[in-house]
Write a protein that binds this ligand. Sequence first.
Ligand SMILES: [Mg+2]
Length: 306
Amino acid sequence: MTFTLFPDARAALARDSLAGLSVGDALGSQFFVPGRHPADVAAGRLPPPPWQWTDDTEMACSVVAELAEHGDVDADRLALAFAQRCEPYRGYGPGAVTILRLIRTGTPWPVAAASAFDGQGSCGNGAAMRVGPLGAWYADSTAKAAARARASAEVTHAHAEGIAGAVAVAVAASLAARARLDGDRPDPARLLAAVAAALDPAAEVARGVRRAAGLLGRPLAEAVDGLGNGSRVTAQDTVAFTLWVAATHLADYPAAVRACVEAGGDVDTTAAIVGSVVAAYTGVGTPGGVPDGWLAAREPLPEWVR
Ligand SMILES: [Mg+2]
């Protein structure tokens, strides 16, 4: 079925996804502070505010600002926005800082992105962690979500797995937002099957998503064993796990983020990705949505995206 999705509706879906992404990032990053324990969140004890967001949110804000202003992502403009807004203290990986510095000082992004990691390009999570709101923006077309996710990924991630990670997350967020518009919760297995179908079947990320589908209904620890938890900071070791969590807890944002905290690993990034997909479905301040109190505890977003 085709339908018209007006710009305001796209923007609202993308902003809800960004809220979920940034709150997940900010709360997740609290668990790298000594003395914080995952059990506290499970017991409902939250860290004292403000929760500072990290690179995941900073880059996602550039994606949302680009969409809000231009209705699409232009690779050259997006690359420059990432580069100019990068505050390295926000937890960027050394590879990302290098690529963004090259772009900022005039190296064309295809050259900068291809030069990373001895010419293999990055297969890190940078492209996946910032793309959820773009998927929500394209709630009317998973094909468009996938194509524009690829364009947004390539400016920093030349490795096929880094790009596949972004495509997978964008398609999941697109389906989540579409389900919200349709008022029906997608079956977790069908959600993961649709994501896998959008990927090159030979990609490791695609194999991971298919494995994730086979682990639905299993305990969290088993999913971590089979899929990873982001501790290797690659898309291969992160994205399938995050989509398992998102599919499992699609109607319950707090439960989804708690699962990321409990799983450990690269928690700010896993919670950012999961939060971006789940909030595209639940919204903010709704039953099962991003709790208002959590949103208030998150450091405010940069002025240029508000
Ligand atoms: Mg981060």
